[in-house]
Design a binder for this molecule. Structure first.
Ligand code: NAD
Length: 487
């Protein structure tokens, strides 16, 4: 079996424990992973803290930090096929997606490389004649980055890129499910030449995450995962009042009006829910369709869902691979059954595929007559589309905004004024109009409500890893006149 190690303080080491990682396509163990305990986490955080306070990182110019990030981007690009194969093996995400996504991950590092020396302070036109006042933007300190299993290289790039550009040092905890690509990525960090301790990468379960989130030397916790875990993290952060940025799940509405290009909408919907086998935080898992075109859309979606090629994730022609874990597959099957028990109509799919691996077919549930079905309110994180009909624009908005989540949304219409009204009315961090699931390092990404807070991507993300220092400098040589009057 392959064997992976942690990367702490510039060196590779075993964890206090270890565990076997399971290949989701076969259900069999394929590699041994290190597992961090609180002592490993403490070692990594202390290394990051030393690096942050030491000259090797803090003394480096922003442009030099940017150059290191450019080097890392080039290395990620060159290693993309190897990293993609590892992510496919360890998480079951299909090779078509991992290859394209990881090549694009390099662009995130490039974007933040270019941004490193553009994080500027400011000079203030202060209302006192003998004072100069300016603002310094300084890195916040040690960042704890915690990511879930899906798209670990991507979800860590949107944290590492801005945090490193801002001058922070990072301890990154890979998910215990599918950590191989991030542990391999550590080799590129070392090869790029980041000083020891600037980036530390380890893996482990909730205990390791908790030890990291509650560590007194952590200044900012950048978390992607589920809302329940986020609550633990926020409670843990209360101890030392660390900042948090939370990218959580969603139950995103995909809204189709009867004036839309229906075929285009159906293609976007299929990609929006079945890509990554539905294990995507922005999955368009609620299909809200205007009643007059519901039957036509359902027939089209059913045909497309049943034509999807399910198979081995490492084959280029495969369109839907296995779910990452048996636990996740069983959970999705139970949620589908619960929705059916509450009146949802099963249009296609619905049962785990027998045989080896954690396969579940593209599934469609018509929940129009089952408004309380879990399919309309709970995130499944799997290839399950829940359909609901609406009659008017107002009703579409009401249904769209009816969950506690607020991450993404999609609107398909050819009516420009309606599109604007929908954009205004949707409670979501992202609105896609006549498209879905487009992302870029230049565009902020994040949600509201149960979908979390804070934004990844764009300049805003880099500023989130800084703190403002206000500097007052008296320019007069006269003695300070009156000690009791504040000026
Ligand atoms: P999860 O919340 O169970 O785990 C995420 C990470 O948190 C893992 O690394 C895990 O080990 C760690 N963790 C678990 N318990 C912890 C604790 N008590 N303290 C600290 N860390 C802890 O999430 P998951 O089930 O692995 O991933 C699926 C979730 O992630 C879904 O809800 C999905 O929508 C969300 N997600 C969100 C985005 C986004 O950008 N908004 C992207 C991808 C996934």
């Amino acid at each position: 079996m392959d064997r992976f190690q942690h990367y702490i303080d510039g060196a590779f080491s075993d964890g206090s424990g270890s565990f076997a990682s399971i290949d989701p396509a076969t259900g069999q163990p394929w590699a041994m992973m290190p597992s961090a305990d609180a002592a490993d986490v403490d070692r990594a955080v202390r290394a990051a803290d030393r690096a942050f306070r030491g000259r090797a990182w803090a003394g480096m110019t922003a442009s030099a930090r940017g150059k290191l990030l450019y080097r890392l981007a080039d290395l990620v690009q060159a290693a993309a096929p190897r990293l993609a194969a590892l992510e496919t093996r360890d998480t079951g995400k299909i090779i078509r997606e991992t290859s394209a996504q990881i090549a694009y991950v390099a662009e995130y590092y490039r974007y933040y490389a270019g941004l490193a020396d553009k994080i500027e302070g400011a000079h203030l036109p202060i209302d006192k004649p003998d004072m100069e006042v300016w603002l310094r933007r300084e890195p916040v300190g040690v960042v704890a980055a915690i990511v879930p299993w899906n798209s670990q290289l991507f979800l860590s790039a949107v944290k590492l890129g801005p945090a490193l550009a801002a001058g922070c040092c990072v301890v990154l905890k890979a998910s215990e499910d599918g950590p191989a690509p991030l542990l391999e990525f550590a080799r590129l960090v070392q090869e790029a030449g980041f000083p020891a301790g600037v980036v530390n990468i380890l893996t482990g379960g909730p205990d390791a995450g908790q030890a990291l989130a509650t560590h007194p030397l952590v200044a900012h916790i950048a978390f992607t995962g589920g809302p329940e875990t986020a609550r633990h993290i926020v409670r843990g952060s209360a101890e030392n009042l660390a900042r948090t940025s939370l990218e959580l799940g969603g139950k995103s509405p995909f809204i189709v009006f009867d004036d839309a290009d229906l075929d285009s909408a159906a293609n976007a919907q299929v990609a929006g829910i079945f890509a990554a086998t539905g294990q995507s935080c922005v999955a368009g898992s609620r299909h809200l369709v205007q009643r007059g075109v519901k039957d036509a859309m359902l027939a089209c979606l059913k045909a497309k869902a049943e034509a999807v090629k399910i198979g081995a994730p490492d084959q280029m022609e495969t369109e839907v691979g296995p779910l990452c874990t048996r636990r996740q597959r069983d959970r999705i099957e139970a949620l589908v059954a619960a929705s059916v028990a509450m009146g949802a109509r099963l249009v296609t799919g619905g049962k785990a595929i027998e045989g080896e691996g954690f396969f579940f077919p593209p599934t469609i549930l018509d929940c129009t007559d089952a408004p309380d079905a879990p399919g309309l309110s709970q995130e499944f994180f799997g290839p399950v589309l829940c359909v609901q009909a609406f009659d008017s624009e107002e009703q579409a908005l009401e249904l769209a905004n009816s969950t506690a989540y607020g991450l993404a949304s999609g609107v398909f219409t050819s009516n420009l004024t309606r599109a604007h009204r929908m954009i205004r009315g949707l409670r979501a961090g992202i609105v896609w109009v006549n498209t879905y699931r487009a992302v870029s390092p230049i565009a902020p990404f994040g949600g509201q409500g149960l979908s979390g807070h804070g934004r990844e991507g764009g300049m805003a993300a880099a500023l989130d890893y800084t703190t403002v220092k206000t500097v007052w400098l008296r320019t007069s040589d006269d003695p300070i006149p009156d000690p009791f009057v504040m000026r």
